[in-house]
Design a binder for this molecule. Structure first.
Ligand SMILES: [Zn+2]
Length: 46
């Protein structure tokens, strides 16, 4: 599935995305709402 993945890249990826509370889709952390279901997401610094 993730061939040749590297931990450092994975960590960066994990920090760049989060799961939508509503539908569980991966949403960019700086996005204001979910691209899948449109749920508004709170921006959480840190
Ligand atoms: Zn969603």
């Amino acid at each position: 599935m993730f061939s040749g993945r590297r931990r450092q890249r994975d960590d960066l990826f994990d920090r760049s995305f989060r799961s939508c509370d509503d539908c569980g889709a991966d949403v960019y952390v700086l996005a204001e709402d979910c691209k899948d279901c449109g749920t508004a997401l709170e921006l959480r610094a840190g």
